[in-house]
Design a protein around this ligand. Structure first.
Ligand SMILES: NC(=O)c1ccc[n+]([C@@H]2O[C@H](COP(=O)([O-])OP(=O)(O)OC[C@H]3O[C@@H](n4cnc5c(N)ncnc54)[C@H](OP(=O)(O)O)[C@@H]3O)[C@@H](O)[C@H]2O)c1
Length: 270
């Protein structure tokens, strides 16, 4: 039986910003945080899931603000700041960043890798700099940045994604080391296979995947245990260890990397 995590709203509140907060792990985190008394700002692209979730959360008696923001666009932080400049964000969860388009880097439409880099590299850095900077002034807060098992080695057909996720993990680890003295908890979450709407839209069989609720629960409970949380237990640890092996690196990349998905019906060729 899952035990819901308990986060101190005086330490990490009063507002939590969830970037990618309309579905999956972000939405599950929103429900858990609302139950703890956190007010929420939820941003994502599609307006409908955002407003449906805001309605669902209204019963928890907390304030909820939502904004339709595309993180691949240069105005993403400004649009989010328009929702938050008058309030105190004590907790930043940056969850968005799945990959839905695969292909050899040299053949890809540049828009694909630009978007991946904008969301995961530029986005995580910019949002962390802004909201983390305000937490530093207040002397408290928490930052959780989501990554993937893909971050442990480069894989064919997802070069930008694996590179961006590697940035995310190493960046978060360094940030964690810097923020210890600032009373800001920093955590990088390595997400394993999770049954999210994004994965279902890709047509994947998610019957063996972790639920977003379990992932959110484990993630929030670990906020004070940075720098790294590997979701998915022993199985994820085995994959991460295999992908981190330095000896015979070419073989690791050929065999242990993210499997190709050419045969999948809903994944674009590039
Ligand atoms: N699910 C898995 O099996 C899995 C495995 C490994 C790693 N991960 C990581 O876990 C995180 C969550 O993945 P996910 O499967 O839930 O899919 P996701 O596509 O990252 O979606 C999560 C949330 O982010 C929002 N989002 C996505 N792209 C956005 C954009 N350009 N601008 C603004 N918001 C955006 C989505 O809403 P909208 O679509 O409406 O924008 C949704 O609310 C990602 O960082 C992913 O890399 C997931």
């Amino acid at each position: 039986m899952r035990e819901n995590p308990s986060l101190d709203v005086n330490r990490y509140g009063p507002w939590a910003l969830i970037v990618g907060g309309s579905e999956g792990i972000g939405a599950a985190s929103a429900c858990l945080l609302a139950a703890q008394g956190f007010n929420l700002i939820l941003v994502a692209r599609k307006a409908e899931p955002l407003s449906a979730l805001a309605q669902e959360l209204a019963g928890a008696g907390v304030e909820v603000r939502t904004g339709s923001v595309d993180l691949s666009q240069p105005d993403a932080l400004d649009r989010t700041r328009a929702l938050t400049d008058d309030i105190e964000v004590g907790l930043l969860l940056y969850i968005a960043g799945a990959n839905d388009t695969r292909g050899n880097f040299l053949e890809l439409d540049p828009q694909v890798y630009r978007s991946v880099i904008a969301i995961t590299v530029i986005g995580q850095a910019e949002f962390t700099r802004h909201y983390g900077g305000l937490m530093r002034e207040r002397g408290r807060g928490g930052i959780i940045l989501a990554g993937s098992l893909s971050n442990f080695c480069g894989s064919a057909t997802v070069a930008a994604y694996t590179g961006a996720k590697a940035f995310s993990r190493v960046f978060t680890e360094a940030l964690w080391a810097e923020c210890v003295e600032m009373n800001i908890d920093v955590l990088h979450v390595v997400v394993g296979y999770t049954d999210t709407p994004a994965m279902r839209r890709l047509g994947l069989d998610t019957s063996s995947a972790q639920s977003p609720e379990d992932a959110a629960c484990e993630m929030l409970a670990a906020i004070g245990n940075g720098p790294l949380l590997l979701l998915g237990g022993e199985a994820s640890l085995k994959i991460a260890t295999a992908r981190s092996q330095l000896a015979d690196r070419g073989e690791v990349i050929r065999t242990a990397g993210t499997p190709r998905r050419e045969s999948m019906p809903h994944v674009s060729a590039n």
